[in-house]
Ligand binder design. Structure first.
Ligand code: ATP
Ligand code: MG
Length: 715
């Protein structure tokens, strides 16, 4: 509902009176419940209906009842209702108008039945619908929170107040409705299975993991089932987070994906699925499970299939990275176990691994303590967990001390950037800007000062740096501080910029000179030559999409792209290799458009208007109400947040260097444009000339051919 908040508050005019949604949800605060309860996931689908000052309580209640009983066919006598303790109106509607017996309606307190997102903002009483798996237990002493008997599957929120900063409730001008029904929970009820995990939405993923682990889920004990459920749950979250453009990293949403992936790798290893990732990226086991998620997922997100290559690649890399960490930790652990064993032999005591050692593995090598315990156990060694917990506590206090206007990791959500405002992006018009350092991170942890030689992540209030998105790689450049008084200079070389938490730009680089400090004013300078290379390839990508549609048909669509400094890569849906003639025709069209020296037009407009005008949406991008449209007049019109040339003549030339299949029904073109095009042509020309010199023929195709044929005959 977050996207509707401004409409509920009346800050933004409603565009429609009501809406119905099927939304993908991530709830990291339920991560510890995954598999332990039958009903919680980190990823689930929520079906909702919303009213923006249109229908209200009575209609919402009646329709929810109709949907549950008449449409889904749930027996009325199995349904129980909860209402907010003071909400007599809701009680009356359920009882008198819908006909629910009074002993099936429970009044509940503010904690359960008054809904609010965060501390302030739109809120209101709510009413939930529960399903009863054991009606034979009667109506006395019932507790709707009893997981073994009831499941809440539908919540209706009567969004009628705004909670202000002082905690008071202000009635909203318009009364709104926000409902949510969990698809997995409804599936569990309708499919009559013991938990959400056995529904057809998740079970096939669990089966795949069981197959890899050589386990029969049906015969498995509860701890094994729990591990399989964790894998089933987390892989769905991982696939859809990456599909929606979240890349594993150390902060914000990126950290959520990273932790979930690591948890799956770890859990898989505990089940005996180790993959073969040590030296071989292809040995990763997560992609096989992710493929299952993708197979099941076209109803969830129609784009997930087309995005599969990129999703699988990202997962594979992250698993590989983590396995390297694990293996490094394992070597050290074995050494520590040997030491523990030999020292106890000398002293005649029970072998025990020091808590400080387990902590070192955890803190420095990212090695999970559960694995330390397990491996140690295999050697008959225990781990001093009291000492480990003490080290953890010390670490927590150290981090709190370093807590500088930003929140540190809370539970499973690393929210280090929570209090920093969005970064203002200036890079469409400027390549350099003065800015202020809002935060510095080292290894994902906030710090105040960073010394020379360190790798650092810099968050600024504004930036000319383009952050990787929409396939375009990030700008490179420098962040410099000149301290006039002390004649000191600090230079940070930036080699990557990622967006986190929506619009926070994280500049990653190394301090080449000097010391960096939070609060300092800096000069942020994008490398103009590299930016030009990216721009040229980005516009060329748009031209390529148009040329492809002209040559092989309008039905083909983009399935991924990479806009880099040295080349562009464009993935598209097509069932066969391109013919030589088609490739030539595509190049001819694009070089023609470059020669036309067309002036590009960039406009910001409402999404609906852009779509009506025929603008093509870009892979992996999320669009708000207002979108940026990049147009090469008469040739191409795409929704795109990337950076582009202002005139097609800047592209200078375009050449396809390869065309190949990368997955069933998906082809990939790699091409060069601009400076990279000239370099490519020059190097080809150079090799040709070398070849002619070596063969002692002049630079002509017929002579070269003749000479090579003669040469072939000789050998
Ligand atoms: P619970 O008390 O069971 O955690 P909730 O009160 O947190 O549920 P709501 O915030 O009201 O749930 O969300 C609306 C609906 O979304 C719920 O009725 C349920 O069907 C579904 N839902 C909520 N959290 C989860 C979850 N972690 N996994 C699966 N479905 C969920
Ligand atoms: Mg909950």
């Amino acid at each position: 509902m977050l996207q509707f908040k401004p409409i509920f508050l009346g800050k933004v005019p409603r565009q429609v009176p009501c809406a119905a949604t099927a939304q993908r949800c991530i709830r990291t605060n339920d991560v510890e419940n995954v598999g332990r309860t039958a009903r919680h996931h980190t990823f689930f689908e929520m079906l909702g209906n919303f009213s923006f000052g249109d229908y209200f309580k009575k209609e919402a209640i009646k329709w929810a009842w109709e949907l549950s009983t008449a449409e889904l066919g749930l027996p009325a006598e199995r349904l129980w209702i909860s209402v907010f303790e003071d909400d007599d109106e809701a009680f009356e509607i359920w009882h008198k108008e819908v006909g629910v017996p009074a002993d099936h309606i429970k009044r509940m307190g503010e904690e359960d039945n008054f809904w609010t997102s965060g501390v302030t903002g739109p809120c209101g009483p709510c009413s939930e619908i529960y399903y009863d798996f054991h009606p034979e237990r009667g109506t006395l002493d019932t507790d709707l929170g009893d997981d073994s008997r009831f499941i809440e599957f539908y919540n209706l929120v009567f969004m009628q107040y705004n909670r202000k900063d002082d905690g008071s409730l202000e009635p909203l001008k318009q009364k709104n409705i926000d409902t949510g029904m969990g698809l997995e929970r409804v599936a569990r009820i309708l499919q009559r299975v013991p938990s959400n995990y056995e529904t057809d939405l998740i079970y096939p993923i669990i089966e795949k993991a069981s197959e890899l682990a050589n386990i029969s889920y049906g015969l498995a004990d509860d701890p094994t089932k729990l591990k399989l459920k964790i894998i089933g749950d987390h892989m769905r979250a991982v696939v859809y987070l990456i599909s929606d453009g979240v890349i594993p990293s150390n902060i914000g949403r990126g950290y959520v994906v990273r932790r979930l992936i690591r948890r799956v790798v770890r859990t898989g290893r505990l089940l005996g699925i180790r993959g073969d990732c040590r030296e071989n990226l292809e040995g990763a086991f997560l992609p096989a499970i992710a493929e299952k998620v993708i197979d099941l997922g076209t109803h969830i997100d129609s784009d997930v299939k087309a995005r599969a290559p990129r999703i699988l690649e990202e997962i594979k890399r992250e698993e590989y990275r983590f396995v390297q960490t694990l293996e490094r930790g394992e070597e050290l652990l074995e050494q520590m176990i040997d030491d523990a064993l030999s020292s106890t032999r000398e002293k005649g005591t029970v072998p025990c691994l020091a808590g400080e050692d387990a902590f070192l593995l955890y803190d420095t090598y990212g090695f999970p303590v559960e694995i330390t315990i397990e491996v140690a156990e295999e050697h008959g060694v225990t781990v001093d967990m009291n000492a480990f917990d003490t080290e953890m506590e010390k670490q927590r206090r150290r981090s709190q001390a370093a807590h500088h206007a930003i929140k540190l990791e809370v539970g499973d959500d690393a929210d280090v950037t929570a209090n920093i405002p969005d970064t203002e992006f200036l890079g469409y018009d400027a390549l350099s800007a003065r800015a202020v350092i809002k935060s510095l991170l080292v290894n994902g942890k906030p710090v105040i000062q960073v010394p020379e030689g360190s790798e650092v992540e810099v968050l600024l209030d504004k930036t000319p740096f383009y952050a990787e998105s929409g396939g375009q790689i990030a700008d490179h450049g420098l962040i410099c501080v000149s301290d006039g008084e002390n004649q000191q200079r600090t230079v940070v070389e930036i080699i990557d910029v990622q967006k986190s938490m929506g619009n926070l730009f994280v500049h990653k680089g190394t301090i080449k000179e000097g010391v960096l400090e939070v609060g300092k004013e800096v000069e942020a300078e994008v490398d103009p030559k590299l930016r030009q290379r990216a721009k040229v390839h980005h516009t060329a990508t748009h031209l390529l999409q148009s040329a492809l549609k002209k040559v092989i048909g309008k039905e083909t669509s983009q399935a991924g792209s990479l806009v880099a400094f040295d080349r562009l890569r464009f993935d598209f849906n097509f069932h066969r290799p391109l013919l030589e003639d088609e490739i030539l025709e595509i190049e001819r069209l694009i070089n023609g458009w470059i020669g036309d020296a067309a002036v590009l037009q960039t406009k910001v407009m409402p999404l609906t208007e852009a779509k009506e005008a025929g603008a093509i949406a870009m892979f992996g991008e999320k669009y708000g109400e207002e979108v940026r449209v990049v147009e090469v007049p008469g040739v191409s019109m795409e929704l795109c947040g990337g950076t582009h040339v202002s005139n097609t003549a800047e592209i200078r030339g375009f050449k396809i260097i390869s065309e190949q299949g990368i997955a069933s029904g998906i082809r990939r073109i790699e091409a060069v444009a601009g400076e990279a095009f000239i370099e490519y042509v020059n190097s080809r020309d150079y090799y040709m000339k070398q070849l002619c010199n070596n063969l002692k023929v002049c630079f002509s195709f017929s002579q070269l051919k003749k000479s090579i044929l003669t040469f072939c005959k000789i050998i």
